[in-house]
Design a protein around this ligand. Structure first.
Ligand code: AHG
Ligand code: MN
Ligand code: MN
Length: 342
């Protein structure tokens, strides 16, 4: 190869990384890697569309509202359909649940248990309100194994999906930002890949990412501050003091982008209960849970202010929760304000 072409001495694609991970899980079959490759395929397709959003007709409202009463953006629906198709081709995903689907959906009616082994829940496009102004958006996913015992307890097919976050087999997100970055965990650390658009492959950037024990910023929509719980208001007042730093305020308005910064730089992200969203705005199954799994795997913490996110058992598909996620020191400081206010 001529010497003016950058030839990396070694690059690891996400496919290779997933297979190496799988080798460490003797019980893991190739099916899990095959499923994850469906998600990376969907991520590449969504990324290509996000990057051309102003050119192809995928900006703006789709003219319908989702189950949350939110105006669906065209890119929400495109991303949702893309993930559903890519997972459907894999043949081992029994059911999916999505922010953009009112109900859970059976997508594989294979005969054997292996055929119908996995459940995938996802937020196909996170930060939709930012699409039209070219601010980072993302996709969030979480993978469970089916739990037929849950199915027996209820004739609602979604019952198998309502598992606590500690049962997740894998979780991750893609940030469509200045570059397209995929971050995932299977419970063996947090790993980050960057999409090289010139070859269409996700290339390993960092393995076993550790969230700093302490950060320099907090991330919250302060427009809602007047209706935050008093303990949260006191914590944010403390963040602004000389004693605390003061902390910088950083808020993008896309959970994935705000969390990605918190994962790499430390600090804390907060979406408390507000007057408008008394149970919090973020959804437990496909926003808080995957983010919490990643945060804990990187040495951080995630709670709803009282309970560890991963120990909450959802009662419904689109259940909302307050979310506080970040570095140990900030989470401990917030916990003290909550304890003192109790
Ligand atoms: P989505 O676009 O999937 O509905 O998610 C938007 C969420 C989340 O990405 C972000 O943290 C939060 O909404 C921002 O909410 P506010 O605009 O109320 O701050
Ligand atoms: Mn979202
Ligand atoms: Mn969304």
């Amino acid at each position: 190869m001529s010497d003016n072409v950058a030839t990396p001495n070694r690059f690891v694609t996400i496919q290779e990384h997933i297979i190496n991970e799988q080798r460490q899980h003797p019980a893991a079959t190739g099916g899990f890697s095959w499923l994850l490759s469906g998600i990376t395929l969907a991520a590449r397709i969504i990324s290509a569309n996000v990057r051309r959003a102003g050119i192809i007709d995928v900006l703006g409202d789709a003219g319908a509202a989702n189950v949350h009463g939110e105006q669906q953006q065209k890119l929400d629906l495109l991303a949702n359909k893309t993930i559903e198709l890519c997972l459907g081709y894999r043949g081992n995903v029994a059911m999916i649940a999505s922010e953009e689907l009112d109900e859970a959906k059976v997508i594989t009616r294979g005969e054997t248990e292996e055929d119908r082994k996995y459940i995938v829940v996802f937020d196909p496009l996170d930060g939709s309100s930012n699409i039209d102004v070219n601010v980072s958006v993302g996709t969030i996913f979480s993978i469970f194994q089916r739990d037929p015992a849950l199915a027996k307890k209820s004739d609602d097919q979604a019952a198998e999906i309502l598992q606590p976050g500690i049962k997740q087999l894998a979780a991750g997100y893609i940030v469509y930002g200045s570059s397209t970055v995929l971050v995932y965990t299977t419970g063996e650390g947090v790993h980050m890949f960057t999409l090289d658009p010139s070859v269409g492959a996700f290339i390993l950037h960092s393995e076993d990412i550790r969230m700093p024990e302490k950060g320099k910023s907090y991330s919250v929509n302060e427009g809602n501050a007047n209706s935050f719980p008093r303990a949260v208001q006191k914590f944010l007042e403390w963040c602004k003091t000389e004693e605390a730093g003061p902390y910088s305020a950083r808020y993008i308005g896309s959970l994935v982008a705000d969390f990605h910064r918190t994962l790499l730089k430390g600090g804390i992200f907060l979406y408390p209960a507000t007057a408008k969203s008394p149970n919090g705005k973020l959804r437990l199954l496909y926003e808080a849970n995957p983010i919490a799994f990643l945060a804990e795997q990187a040495g951080g913490e995630a709670t709803d202010g009282q309970t560890r996110i991963l120990e909450k058992t959802p009662k419904s598909l689109h259940e909302r929760t307050p979310l506080f996620v970040g570095s140990k020191q900030e989470m401990e400081r917030l916990r003290r304000f909550i304890r003192d206010e109790a």
